[in-house]
Write a protein of this length. Structure first.
Lengths: 179, 305
């Protein structure tokens, strides 16, 4: 069993190693800061509660990230109906922070991207973020999602295809060129 | 917008990927408190519920059921299914060398030879030197299940015996590195550890009351004969960013050295992920060096695949 101070040291070590990966995964998955922050804390609290199992876990990063994925998907199931609302709130936050005329086009573009990501099915969304944003290898992604490497590849390509379609390529290109 | 890379860049630029500094600190504090409090299983269960109520607010009722069950589910799904990762292989993944192995530290030398005075040029020693820092990194990585090869060759002694100029040290370290790389195809990254000649004010950082030796990452440019310059550069930037994410300010940056009379490619043409790292300066203590070695090991752990 862990002594209390050992536990404290261990959880902080794990937290410092992985908070950035976890947060990045969650900010893109949820699309808003407040959820990303709450869920990040929840992930490491779950890690803390399972510290006694550490010696049985061979790949710490994959374990922590799989908890992040579980937290994200659990909450997605519960509050699917809230997605629309949270997006609305996010837009207001962003526009309030920036100069209105400068940010208008970038805002439009972000809106497209956020909407496209939030409409991806959760397993697709997870694979896109893990591979594309967190830049984990196929092997690591497969470990995190507890599936085969070939499934990671297939899902990633399907997800990319869907994203491209949703982002309505021409529209986005206009925005990029205008900036 | 056509390539996968462009698509990902677009997505990345659409989100604020950096967490707020306040949030990072708050969460750390929260975890610290929770770790202290959660001693028994009963306490864990209670805290889990308390936390879920806090996090989910008006979803308290539904999360109650799920939260209390979660730890058990986590254990059963995660402990058995993991395959051993590459990190657990016995193959060496990292190569560590100290080309200028006699580079030493003034405070350590003053402690042993109190009657002598030292300056930047004579802060060198046959045993109290960079080799100790390399040994420390080697064992810190082994503790993290990352096998590695440490070059313990006495380059400086060899130079003296052969009456070769100091800048030829890289020619000697090259022989060992080439040999190690040839015999161990598994090596993913190489670090040549040095210490800077800058003053203590420049090379020291304090985080939470702990003193760290700051690092500088040096990459040799293409005109110095480094055919891997771009990949080395990318690796150095990644290293710089990752270590500063976790220990803000500990890395002073990536410095590209272009060709001059005495300078060569630092043997970085031998491996894509290869860097010279200056850990601290001549006025740092070994303890400060070791603190940074631990930080570096944490970051290397996140970089090995």
């Amino acid at each position: 069993m862990f002594q209390s101070n050992e536990k404290e040291e261990k959880i902080l070590e794990i937290y410092n190693m992985y908070y950035l990966d976890v947060y990045r995964f969650l900010i893109v998955f949820t699309g808003n800061r407040s959820d990303a922050e709450d869920f990040t804390q929840e992930v490491f609290i779950r890690v803390l509660h399972n510290l006694s199992e550490l010696n049985r876990i061979s790949h710490l990063k994959a374990w922590v990230m799989s908890i992040a994925k579980n937290v994200a998907i659990d909450h997605y199931r519960k509050r699917r109906w809230l997605v629309y609302l949270s997006e609305k709130v996010l837009w207001n936050e962003i526009t309030a922070e920036k100069e209105p005329d400068v940010m208008l086009e970038q805002d439009e573009l972000k809106k497209y991207v956020h909407a496209a990501i939030s409409k991806l099915k959760p397993p697709f969304r997870a694979v896109v973020i893990l591979r594309g944003i967190n830049e984990f290898s196929i092997k690591e992604t497969a470990e995190i999602l507890q599936c085969s490497e070939s499934k990671v590849k297939v899902n990633y390509h399907r997800a990319l295809k869907e994203l491209r379609r949703k982002l309505n390529v021409e529209n986005v290109e206009v925005f990029i060129n205008a900036n | 917008m056509r390539t996968e890379k462009e698509l990902m860049e677009l997505i990345k630029s659409s989100y604020s990927l950096e967490p707020r500094e306040d949030f990072i600190q708050e969460t750390e504090k929260k975890l610290r408190l929770k770790a202290r409090k959660s001693r028994s299983k009963k306490a864990v269960g209670f805290l889990t519920v308390a936390v879920s109520v806090f996090i989910l607010g008006f979803f308290a009722l539904t999360s109650f059921n799920q939260q209390t069950k979660e730890p058990a589910i986590q254990l059963s799904t995660n402990t058995n299914q993991y395959q051993p990762s590459t990190i657990l292989t016995d193959d060496p993944l990292v190569y560590i060398s100290q080309t200028h192995n006699y580079e030493s530290f003034l405070p350590e030398l003053t402690a042993i030879y109190p009657e002598e005075t030292f300056n930047v040029n004579d802060s060198i020693h046959e045993t109290i030197n960079m080799t100790l820092v390399g040994q420390r990194l080697s064992s810190a990585l082994k503790q993290r299940n990352i096998n590695n090869i440490l070059d313990t060759n006495d380059n400086t002694k060899q130079l003296q015996e052969k009456e070769l100029p100091y800048q030829d040290a890289y020619k000697i370290s090259r022989i060992n590195m080439q040999d190690a790389l040839m015999k161990n195809q598994s090596i993913q990254m190489a670090f040549d550890l040095h210490r800077d000649s800058a003053r203590r004010e420049v090379t020291t950082l304090e985080i939470d009351g702990k003193a760290y030796a700051k690092i500088t990452i040096v990459v040799s440019e293409g005109d110095a004969g480094n055919s891997n310059y771009e990949k080395n550069q990318e690796f150095a930037r990644q290293l710089h960013k990752k270590i500063n994410d976790k220990y803000p300010g500990i890395s002073r940056g990536v410095f590209s050295k272009s060709y001059d009379t005495y300078q060569n490619h630092y043997n970085q043409d031998l491996l894509n992920q290869s860097a010279v790292i200056e850990i601290g300066g001549f006025e740092n203590t070994l303890e400060e060096e070791y603190n940074t070695v631990e930080a570096l090991a944490n970051v290397i752990q996140t970089l090995v695949k």
